[in-house]
Write a protein that binds this ligand. Structure first.
Ligand SMILES: [Zn+2]
Ligand SMILES: [Zn+2]
Length: 138
């Protein structure tokens, strides 16, 4: 697959392969994403039909809210997935992908909730909460 990508957690217990174009990277600055990641989220989306995850038994799912859950490697702690319920896609952390990722930044969401120790100055669109094209839990 020429347009395929792959990635893994830090220790390699969880691996994935994707097929097809990846969405631009959305940076989420909400407090949940900040606390779980240690900074902020940077994630792309992949249709469920276009991703194969190996080592699923090594994923711990944190039921963050009724709308979605957050997946990380139970061995090394790498934050990897954000999975909304009843949707046909999964969000995958940009940092989990092996290079070259081909990924590009798209926008920042929940900037109204961002940490107070950094600024956002990359020129990408910023949204106080979210934008209708990006489903999020709130
Ligand atoms: Zn791991
Ligand atoms: Zn968030």
């Amino acid at each position: 697959m020429s347009d395929g990508h792959q990635g893994s957690c830090l220790c390699g217990a969880v691996r994935f392969r994707t097929h097809g174009a990846l969405r631009g990277v959305v940076y989420c600055h909400c407090s949940q994403c900040r606390k779980q990641s240690g900074h902020f989220y940077a994630a792309t989306n992949v249709a469920n039909a276009d991703i194969v995850i190996e080592g699923k038994e090594n994923i711990t799912w944190y039921e963050a809210y009724a709308f979605a859950r957050r997946g990380f490697c139970k061995a090394c702690g790498s934050v990897m997935f954000w999975e909304p319920r009843h949707q046909d896609y999964i969000s995958v952390m940009a940092g989990s992908f092996d290079k070259p990722t081909g990924l590009e930044g798209e926008c920042h969401i929940f900037v109204g909730d961002k940490g107070d120790y950094y600024s956002i100055d990359d020129g990408l669109p910023q949204f106080e909460k979210s934008t209708p094209s990006i489903p999020v839990a709130e």
